[in-house]
Design a protein around this ligand. Structure first.
Ligand code: UDP
Length: 312
């Protein structure tokens, strides 16, 4: 018998599938709700289906689930800037209506709830590294706004449910994450650069490449999320790897590690692209005893190995 039952929205996505796997490996049952907009059932294909149930459903529409649910993890959303710019309304709806429905399920089932928030809620940050107390610098009408504001709203609604209904809710602010099962062409920098390198195409650095990101390997991230869910802490917690690189440095890492002959070219920087991003993970360290274990060289080499099996 599985120990507990976790409902995971977006469970067929990149991060969602890693979470689903993690819960199954811990001996729990997982119910995945996904409309497969940016996710794929292929991401779950390798998993033992004995304690895994898949429901194709758009969580922006209400749904009743029979039986006991102990945890609700709301991870459904397009997450790459290219995807959420292509699906702005669906992105805004899944962060707002979707969060409302997911909270409703958790309330009805008396389940513990966690919502996937994001470093994007800090916008183009003036505080560096980003601490949870920082309120952010977000353009409410720019091209990234449908994602950023939906995630900010999802945090607000989650806190309202916590305060009004006394629910046990958690908010994880996820920083750039990478690993196996990212979509090859979702437009994010990790798949883009690896794909381009493996194909011998030019590596497209946007702007001068002096903007920074801090990349966390997926297994570290899901470990942090699980610890947060099991904790008694209800305020937002950053989970991410604080090792910061410029995008130009990152392009050079990919060139070196793939051994490609690809050249770097420079393209215009997208509007509102944050100039710097690095999590302050003091809270995660202190409250959860968590910190990332997989460094960039190891995580990227595993990710390149995965992409080699996918890129023909
Ligand atoms: N980026 C880049 N070339 C690409 C894709 C992305 O230089 O082919 C840059 C992008 O401008 C941003 C960073 O890499 O500064 C990370 O972009 P990503 O889309 O992965 O996610 P973000 O962190 O912006 O949400």
């Amino acid at each position: 018998m599985p120990k507990k039952t976790a409902l995971i929205t977006g469970g067929a996505g990149f991060l969602g599938s890693h979470l689903t796997e993690y819960f199954l490996n811990k001996g729990h049952k997982a119910i995945v709700i996904d409309n497969l907009l940016t996710g794929s059932k292929d991401n779950l294909a390798h998993l033992d289906k004995k304690h895994l149930e898949f429901i194709k459903h758009d969580i922006t529409k209400p749904i009743k689930i029979a039986g006991k649910i102990d945890y609700v993890l709301h991870f459904a959303s397009p997450a790459s800037p290219v995807d959420y710019t292509n699906h702005p309304i669906k992105t805004a709806k899944v962060g707002s209506l979707g969060t409302h429905n997911a909270l409703g399920i958790a309330k009805a089932k008396k389940a513990r709830f966690i919502v996937a928030s994001t470093s994007e809620i800090y916008g183009d940050p003036h505080v560096h590294p980003q601490v949870e107390e920082y309120w952010g610098n977000v353009n409410s009408i720019g091209p990234r706004s449908m994602y950023d504001e939906a995630k900010r709203f999802s945090e607000a609604l989650t806190m309202a449910y916590h305060r009004v209904h006394k629910m046990d809710t958690k908010i994880v602010r996820i920083f750039n994450t990478y690993g196996e099962r990212m979509q090859i062409q979702d437009g994010r920098v990790v798949p883009n650069f690896i794909y381009q390198a493996l194909k011998g195409q030019d590596i497209t650095v946007y702007g001068k490449g002096d903007q920074t990101r801090s990349f966390c390997y997926a297994s570290d991230l899901v470990d942090g999320i699980y610890r947060l869910l099991m904790s008694d802490y209800n305020l937002p917690v950053n989970i991410g790897n604080p090792t910061e690189n410029t995008i130009l440095e990152f392009a050079k890492v990919i060139i070196k590690m793939t051994g490609t002959k690809s050249k770097i070219i420079f393209k215009p920087i997208p509007v509102d692209d944050p100039k710097q991003r690095k999590p302050d993970i003091t809270k995660a360290r202190k409250l959860l005893g968590w910190e990332p274990k997989v460094d960039l060289a190891e995580g990227i080499s595993r990710t390149i190995a995965y992409f080699r099996t996918k890129v023909k």
